[in-house]
Design a protein around this ligand. Structure first.
Ligand SMILES: Cc1cc2nc3c(=O)[nH]c(=O)nc-3n(C[C@H](O)[C@H](O)[C@H](O)COP(=O)(O)OP(=O)(O)OC[C@H]3O[C@@H](n4cnc5c(N)ncnc54)[C@H](O)[C@@H]3O)c2cc1C
Length: 383
């Protein structure tokens, strides 16, 4: 059986879900198919993002997805504690799944295929494991980072996060995005604490490491120890998430024009320094909804890629400074120094929207301890 659509989205993770939701809302006349090999959209995730990164026109899509929102966040280093008055929010897989399923159910003519794998993905044709063929004017390959070819040197952001039900309220006013006051055992290490409800927290032990090796049992024990030291009365571990995100030192976008449009983490639509992809995935979704399918890879797409490439070059340079030039025990000093910068610069950095002035500002002043000026300069000049 062959069926034809304007868009065929392969991989029902964050990227395809955002593209589908934006298209269904903004372009009701076009037909969308979404194929996911698992029975649910979005896997087992909690995606957090800086809520300022959501363009005003996309609030209607993002707001129904959010399971928690805060008005600010903290960071902590040995020589710096700082609160940022900048909103932060989280979306979870359960909510994403529900919202996507409801959106497809409410819009006849579209097709949501769950529990079926795409076995071959071409520029205009997707073959499914059950024998069906879906044709699309635009095929988007958003199968996630697993199995993708990230060429060149890599760093890794790896973590184990536990969502904890507490016997009594934690009393935290806002998230702690980086508590880097802990021992630095494998590159930059910090704990990430999200107060999801008065009696529920996500605690994550995160490493910016040169290797992907992660001793999950040991790190899980570290999370529970941190929770205990923080005074959290843990009643139950509700959920666990484990990640090892490749952070390319010379990131690029997969922009070939003769195959499918490779999107999401797989296509380079993520922040190479933080591994976050929510704002970039949303930007791509908004672009696709702003033009007819025939223009999906037209001049406006080229402009989006150009702007993204500038940000990728800068983030790649920072990754090289962090992973290649800075000895592992000193990576924390680099991050501490970075978090002393003006709040607006930091915000634009996380949003992958730095200005030229931001980029200069990051490199002004003395390099942090342990960083060779000569090696750092060589990287900057080669960028
Ligand atoms: C544990 C974890 C936590 C993260 N937290 C954050 C965060 O807080 N904020 C943030 O911005 N980023 C976060 N990220 C990074 C990034 O946003 C995620 O990796 C994001 O899910 C990437 O979106 P994606 O759509 O590219 O890929 P995914 O969300 O991984 O989706 C890919 C989908 O494709 C499906 N698939 C693969 N092959 C096929 C096939 N052949 N046929 C059909 N379906 C297929 C998979 O089952 C999967 O559902 C996190 C990553 C991880 C791993």
């Amino acid at each position: 059986m062959t069926d034809s659509f304007d868009y065929v989205l392969v991989g029902g993770g964050l990227q395809s879900a955002l593209v589908a939701l934006v298209l269904l809302r903004r372009r009701p006349g076009i037909r969308v198919a979404l194929v996911e090999k698992c029975q649910k959209i979005g896997g087992n995730h909690l995606w957090s993002f800086h809520a300022d990164d959501v363009p005003a026109g996309a609030e209607d899509v993002v707001a129904p997805l959010c399971v928690a929102r805060w008005t600010g966040f903290d960071v902590a280093f040995p020589g710096l504690r700082r609160t940022f008055d900048s909103p932060y929010a989280s979306v979870d897989s359960e909510r994403l799944h529900t919202v996507v399923v409801e959106a497809f159910a409410a819009a006849p003519g579209h097709h949501l295929a769950l529990g079926v794998e795409a076995v071959s993905i071409g520029a205009h044709e997707v073959h499914l494991a059950d024998g069906r063929v879906l044709r699309g004017e635009v095929v988007v390959d958003a199968r996630g980072p697993d199995g993708a070819d990230f060429t060149g040197a890599l760093g890794f952001q790896k973590f184990v996060g536990l969502e904890l039900a507490l016997a009594r309220p934690h009393g935290l006013p806002r998230p702690m995005l980086m508590d880097a006051t802990v021992p630095q055992t494998d590159g930059l290490r910090f704990f990430y604490v999200l107060p999801l409800a008065a009696d529920r927290v996500l605690v994550e032990d995160t490493y910016f490491s040169s290797t992907p090796v992660l001793a999950v049992d040991d790190v899980r024990a570290c999370v529970l120890e941190y929770a205990s030291q923080a005074g959290f009365a843990v009643a139950e571990v509700i959920r666990e998430e484990v990640g090892c995100l490749p952070l390319p030192l010379s990131p690029t976008v997969a922009a070939s024009s003769d195959g499918p449009l490779v999107a999401g983490y797989r296509g380079g639509f993520f922040h190479p320094t933080t591994g976050y992809s929510f704002p970039v995935a949303l930007r791509l979704a908004l672009h696709l909804a702003s033009v007819p399918p025939s223009e999906a890879r037209g001049p406006l797409f080229a402009r989006l890629l150009d702007a993204h490439a500038t940000q990728l070059r800068f983030a790649g340079l920072l990754n090289r400074l962090l992973f290649s030039v800075t000895p592992a025990p000193h990576r924390r000093d680099v991050m501490e120094r970075f978090h002393r910068l003006p709040a607006a610069t930091i915000r634009r950095f996380y949003a992958l929207a730095t200005t030229r002035a931001d980029r200069l500002r990051v490199f002004l002043g003395r390099p942090p301890r342990g960083v060779s000026v000569r090696a750092a300069l060589a990287e900057v000049l080669s960028a």
